[in-house]
Design a protein around this ligand. Structure first.
Ligand code: IPE
Ligand code: IPE
Ligand code: MG
Length: 263
């Protein structure tokens, strides 16, 4: 058993009675307010938020979550003051450089979703290299949403689908939810189970609109830089205690769960 196997073993034990979500997404909100209450500039909060990203990836890796999608920069965030946007871009570049080796060592696949065309050529190149280096890793997928918008994702999928129809690769009569799903940016990831938003607001802010169809929502007042492994565990435990009915009755769900009862 190597270190990774030992960690998996310990956590499988710890998680024995917990339903671990396969795919968790997080709206990492509250960096600016975290800095402002400390009398600092907003960008200080973005830098502090990097530690919370590390803690979340560590918790996801150890708890058996398969995919973690993190909202790092929305298509609307370009409208912020130029200095703040600049700091966020530099931070993204810096973190890519400093973290990718560690992700790779921990068998983590790294991916970025969003419209990358406005990013500098060097940042696009770094993203591509990181994705290629880690593409066969299995333990966890860390998926960063950068210049991402849920409506963009749906429109982009529609455009690509139309192209396939024009090239006669797809017949309009073949188009159904499952085919459409294969064109959105999360096509290779499990369905979204849990959406967490830190920072106290109760909204989606144009995040994974298509993917949220049957996700559970978890809102916390904790500001992103304070979101640590315990806070993530609390969200997963809350998720685990919920009954997801997917349109069925509670009794139907209880019958099928008792057939699978593990604890
Ligand atoms: C989230 O924190 C990070 C990004 C949007 C990049 P905010 O910067 O939105 O922090 P608040 O919501 O203003 O406190
Ligand atoms: C959502 O947070 C985007 C990210 C966390 C990257 P915002 O702070 O931009 O969202 P609003 O403006 O409060 O809706
Ligand atoms: Mg915010």
């Amino acid at each position: 058993m190597d270190v990774n196997d030992l960690a998996d073993h310990a956590n499988n034990k710890e998680n024995a009675c917990i339903k671990v979500p396969k795919h968790v997404a997080i709206i990492m909100d509250g960096n600016g307010r975290w800095a402002q209450v400390r009398g600092k500039r907003r960008t200080f909060g973005h830098k502090a938020g990097v530690e919370a990203v590390r803690a979340s990836v560590k918790y996801a890796r150890e708890s058996g979550i398969q995919s973690l999608t993190l909202f790092a920069f929305s298509s609307e965030n370009w409208k912020r003051p130029q200095e703040e946007v600049g700091v966020l871009m530099d931070l993204f570049s810096f973190v890519l450089k400093s973290e990718v080796k560690r992700l790779h060592k921990n068998d983590i696949r790294f991916k970025v979703i969003g419209d990358l065309s406005p990013f500098s050529a060097s940042l696009q190149k770094k993203i591509k290299q990181a994705e290629e280096l880690t593409q066969n890793n299995q333990a966890l997928t860390v998926n960063i949403a950068a210049n991402y918008g849920g409506r963009w994702d749906i429109v982009n999928a529609a455009k690509r689908l139309v192209e396939e129809v024009q090239e006669a690769k797809v017949k309009p009569s073949d188009i159904d939810e499952s085919l459409f799903d294969s064109f959105v940016s999360t096509a290779d990831l499990p369905d979204l189970d849990l959406l967490i938003r830190t920072g106290g607001d109760h909204r989606i802010s144009n995040f994974l609109l298509w993917q949220c169809a049957y996700a559970e929502f978890y809102f916390t007042d904790t500001l992103w830089p304070d979101f640590n492994e315990d806070a993530f565990r609390a969200a997963v435990e809350d998720f685990s205690s919920r009954q997801r009915r997917f349109g069925l009755t509670g009794e139907q769900i209880m019958t099928s769960e008792s057939e699978l009862q593990a604890c």
